[in-house]
Design a protein around this ligand. Structure first.
Ligand code: NAD
Length: 351
């Protein structure tokens, strides 16, 4: 079994022994690199190919943390890394013991592939027991989204191009018929025509501006409008923003203007829908190498800067964004609304 396959070795480039603070162990399985970090105060992390998969923070000491993480790694390898499907990236998060979102049902819009922030959110909501409906933008995207939807056991998988009249309404109608309610919506889409996105704000055309605002901001307002009648017992609406809404970030250009409008819309929607128990948040992740991000010139420089400047000295992953978003959908967060929550390793607090 997995425990026999995985041979853990200490990473020689890090100090080991009693005095060392964090110890690192590595193992390889085929092309995959697994890494365990353990600290003397009982914290441990498991990373697979650089992506954090699990952590413990309540072990007695380093030894116990290592044992706990190793067990998780063995289980993970047995259940996730032996099928070819998982090689393609549809790796689910380990199912959490406490299904904090059990019984909740939500719509996730914006999965393009296994790098999408929306996919990180979908995995996290699912791991916490929620049911999710997902959409794909067109037939080309369908073949990437369908295997992911299967991994999520999504009962509703529908096309949704927000530019196609009636498609958004059709998704909410189906949800109304099938579920009769909705507990959360994750709006994780944005678009700007290349000339608008890559030009100066001062030069933007009326059409470029309108398209950017329409897809990236208005559609969230419309989804809130369509979700409201289905959230009779309250709910949570999320959209994805970025720091370029607050500060001038090189190459973010007109999208910064759209994200500022989006964050403002979040506050107005939160105020209007709050009395019905509907909460509204913008999530503001640090830079992530997704397809949408590939439209931003010099994106690698943005990643390097984020890593160097963020207090956490680390880039965020889609899983980091997913679990933080899922937390805000839990009843424990019922008095938090209208926020722009930064998931950026603290980048935004540093000058
Ligand atoms: N990647 C980052 O660094 C980063 C950082 C902060 C915020 N965001 C935001 O996160 C959100 C998700 O982007 P991502 O980075 O996961 O990239 P992504 O390319 O994986 O997702 C963008 C999604 O938008 C969808 N979309 C575009 N036009 C659409 C339309 N007309 N109808 C329906 N869907 C449409 C795409 O199909 C895709 O699924 C965006 O709002 C983006 O601005 C991204």
């Amino acid at each position: 079994m997995a425990s026999k396959i995985l041979e853990w070795k200490t990473d020689d480039s890090l100090a080991v022994g009693k005095g060392a603070t964090v110890q690192q162990f590595v193992a390889t399985l085929g092309d995959d690199q697994l890494q365990i970090d353990v600290a003397p105060w009982g914290e441990g992390h498991l990373k697979i190919n650089g992506r954090e998969i699990a952590h413990v923070d309540d072990a007695k000491d380093r030894r116990q943390a290592f044992r706990a993480i190793k067990q998780i790694a063995d289980r993970y390898v047995e259940t996730h890394m032996t099928t070819s499907e998982n090689k393609k990236g549809s790796v689910m998060l380990p199912v959490a013991k406490a299904k904090l979102l059990e019984g909740k049902k939500g719509l996730i819009v914006g999965i393009a592939n296994e790098n999408s922030i929306a996919w990180g959110c979908a995995k996290a909501f699912r791991a916490l027991g929620a049911e999710v409906a997902v959409t794909y933008v067109n037939d080309k995207a369908k073949k990437y989204v369908e295997p992911l939807a299967r991994a999520l056991e999504a009962p509703i998988v529908m096309p949704l191009d927000v530019n196609k009249p009636g498609q958004m309404e059709a998704v909410f109608e189906r949800i109304s018929k099938e579920w009769g309610k909705l507990d959360f919506v994750v709006h994780s889409i944005a678009f700007s025509p290349k000339e608008a996105l890559q030009g100066r704000v001062v030069d933007v055309s009326r059409e470029g501006f309108a398209t950017t605002m329409d897809v990236s901001c208005w559609t969230f307002i419309r989804m809130a409008h369509l979700a409201e009648p289905l959230m009779r017992k309250g709910g949570t609406l999320f959209t994805m923003s970025y720091y370029g809404s607050q500060m001038v970030v090189k190459n973010y250009n007109i999208m910064g203007v759209a994200k500022a409008a989006l964050e403002c819309a979040v506050r107005y929607l939160a105020a209007e829908l709050g009395p019905k128990g509907i909460r509204v948040h913008a999530i503001s992740p640090g830079p992530l190498a997704t397809r949408a991000a590939s439209g931003i010139p010099e994106f690698d420089a943005l990643l390097d800067k984020a890593k160097a400047k963020a207090p956490a000295r680390s880039l965020v992953s889609i899983d980091d964004v997913g679990v933080a978003t899922a937390f805000l959908a839990h009843d424990a967060a019922r008095l938090i609304t209208g926020e722009t929550l930064y998931i950026d390793g603290g980048y935004h607090i540093i000058d």
